[in-house]
Design a protein around this ligand. Sequence first.
Ligand SMILES: C[S@@+](CC[C@H](N)C(=O)[O-])C[C@H]1O[C@@H](n2cnc3c(N)ncnc32)[C@H](O)[C@@H]1O
Length: 274
Amino acid sequence: MKLKDRLNDLLSEDELNLLVRAYDVVGDIAIIIIPPELEKKEKIIGDTILEIRKNIKVVAKRHGNYGGEFRTIPLKIIAGENRKETEYKEHGVRFFLNPEKVYFSVRSSNERKRLASCVKPGEDVLIMFSGIGVFPLVIAKNSPAREIVGIEKNQVAHAYAMKSLKSNKKIKNVTFFEGDVVAIMPTLSRKFDRIAMPLPKTGEMYLELALSCLKKGGWLHFYDFQKEGAFNDSIEKIKIACQKTSRALIQSKVLISGHSAPKTYRICVDAHIS
Ligand SMILES: C[S@@+](CC[C@H](N)C(=O)[O-])C[C@H]1O[C@@H](n2cnc3c(N)ncnc32)[C@H](O)[C@@H]1O
């Protein structure tokens, strides 16, 4: 039964209209947006989610927006067990995380699978800004990559990535580094066939750094937030970085991987670079 249907007798029509239809589920934690007008009813809403989704053990509400150095979001538990850590499975991989202490979006799951499907046999792949390691581990499990490296500066996210790597015993070709990409990438002294930059908005600051570690003929996956009709601006950012580093864009295509605001999308530019 849908949440709104179940709440029919408990909330007024106006209150039901305020309730957002969808909520995210990360492992056994449901994460919901409660508008201020519904705060007094949040316990009823949380308990109802627990009733209709038996696999959910914790209901938390967003208590702010994504922000800060690590792009995290404050959460407040409104029903269920008093914990924020969970275990989550995606594309055959087990992950551990506390969604308040690390950035994580279940909504990018299809995009992670898509990226894995781009990887060709024997490729070395670098994931800058790897968070809890979800891109590297999904690619390791679902592609013929030779080696995958992830770099993340949030110590907590890195620790979860290491824990998940250990628990997925069959995955042997992933290495995680904790630290800033600016400090870590030059020390790797190597180049990659494919580099992904899943840090929309501020990621463009690191385009030249990414190109310095990309092999000739390699692929760059550059994520950006972009308004409808302005997708070429994101391609332009790559072209400018190419000019500055004496590289060239051979071809590119833009894929929409989510929404960030009305008429604004989270896009990925797949760029082939010589
Ligand atoms: C939008 S999140 C993406 C995380 C992960 N790739 C995912 O999709 O779940 C961006 C991540 O980049 C990390 N980050 C931001 N700037 C960084 C930098 N200069 N070096 C390393 N990590 C960075 C943040 O801590 C955050 O975990």
